[in-house]
Write a protein that binds this ligand. Structure first.
Ligand code: GDP
Ligand code: MN
Length: 395
């Protein structure tokens, strides 16, 4: 099950939110602006001055490799890159916003993070001169390149200890003071900010000798949101609040997610497994939506409308298990709802349980490329993910 639904406990920040969070603790980050459209990206670059980086904002790592991080030397390039990156699918996350940031010159790239080591009951700091690549890769190929420090939460991280750690990592002299300064602030942000994880990859040394934060990955402990007024804003943006507001207004159990497969299911358990099975087959759900046991025409039409209005949705998976709800009632609901709402994405239906056969007969005359039925949940998920990947929009 998607972490966000199961444990509302964790709040993943976008890179730009993570950088705002870090800046609040005095860490050096580059000036930048968020943009939702190509024109906004261009305007931002004009204000910041080129060259800039155009960076996809999604809750996934490895954006650079996926073509989601580009250097723009001219305004024309900003336009080209923003056009290419907005709408790009990165590991099932559709890019809806880009961060435009003043480009930095890089001499070296490092890695730094803090997480909780539950078994040691201590905080674990990791620092490496092999930054810019995924830490899992470094851990596998060159584990000695990662300097670790275990910090007792009661004692905290003192400066001498931090210096020893940086020395152990083998950073060049020019980078030592700047790195110590950032690590101490990063630790404070991690502890005082109630984060479960903070990561800077890369932390860079510039040719001028400045140490600087170039990427930010932050997971906040959602249970602490009440202690931090400003965290509500982080959570709101990531849940694409408008979608949730619209869904809740018509009484739907809806949670916004980052993927491109719209989900409609009856029952919270089934909706959760639907989200799960979509990620199992390599896709990502755009939402969790439980239409409840009733599943009448109005509810179905409302659900389809909410999902249809989500620009990230590329295909829709309707997963119904008829218990009290009978198959033919659901099928009639779907047919009538489709007459009311013009749907932009192909739909895959899986209908099982009570009177599923009758439901199928009702739906059959409406089958087309944009309305298909699959006999199992897995098959339906595979279809829906495939359709989402092959650009299901505009059907
Ligand atoms: P990730 O791929 O999702 O981890 O995204 P990052 O923000 O870490 O960017 C990926 C890579 O792009 C970095 O490791 C850098 O090598 C490069 N990069 C990011 N920002 C800049 C920049 O301002 N200047 C330069 N020259 N390279 C950058
Ligand atoms: Mn990175």
């Amino acid at each position: 099950m998607s972490r966000r639904v199961q444990e509302a406990a964790e709040v993943d920040l976008f890179e730009y939110q993570g950088k705002q969070f870090f800046a609040g603790y005095g860490m050096p980050v580059s000036p930048g602006e968020i943009a939702f459209t190509v024109d906004e990206a261009v305007a931002a670059a004009e204000r910041l001055g080129i060259p800039v980086m155009v960076k996809a904002q999604v809750h996934a790592g490895g954006r650079g490799k996926a073509g989601g991080v580009k250097f723009a030397a001219t305004i024309d390039e900003v336009r080209t890159h923003a056009s290419a990156i907005l709408g790009l699918d990165i590991k099932g996350h559709v890019v809806g916003r880009v961060w435009i940031e003043e480009a930095s010159d890089i001499a070296e790239e490092y890695y730094a993070s803090f997480t909780l080591d539950r078994s040691a009951k201590k905080h674990l700091g990791m620092l490496s001169v092999e930054g810019g690549v995924e830490i899992e890769t470094v851990a596998e190929e060159n584990p000695d390149a990662i300097a670790k420090v275990w910090i007792d939460p009661v004692d905290g991280l003192a400066e001498p200890e931090c210096r020893d750690w940086v020395a152990a990592a083998g950073l060049p002299d020019a980078a030592v003071d700047g790195t110590v300064n950032i690590l101490l602030k990063l630790y404070t942000a991690y502890v005082e900010g109630d984060a479960d994880m903070v990561e800077i990859n890369p932390l860079i040394l510039t040719p001028e000798g400045q140490v600087h934060v170039l990427d930010a990955k932050v997971t906040l402990d959602g249970n602490s949101v009440f202690r931090h007024e400003d965290y509500a804003a982080f959570d709101e943006t990531q849940s694409r609040d408008e979608r949730e507001t619209a869904a809740h207004r018509i009484g739907l159990q809806y949670v916004g997610l980052d993927g491109s497969v719209g989900v409609i299911a009856n029952g919270a358990g089934l909706a959760m497994s639907t989200v799960d099975v979509i990620s199992q087959v390599g896709g990502a759900a755009a939402n969790f939506l439980d239409i409840g046991g009733g599943a009448d025409v109005d509810t179905m039409a409302g659900a389809l409308e909410v999902i249809n209005n989500d620009p990230a949705v590329r295909s829709i998976f309707i997963n119904i298990f008829g218990g009290i709800t009978r198959g033919e009632v659901v099928a009639n609901g779907i047919v009538e709802a489709l007459e009311r709402v013009v749907i932009n994405s192909p739909i895959v239906i899986r209908l099982d349980g009570t009177n599923a056969g009758d439901g199928r007969l009702i739906l059959e005359p409406h089958f087309s490329d944009s309305l298909q039925m699959a006999s199992t949940m897995l098959e339906a998920a595979e279809r829906a993910v495939e359709l989402a990947a092959t650009g299901g929009t505009g059907v």
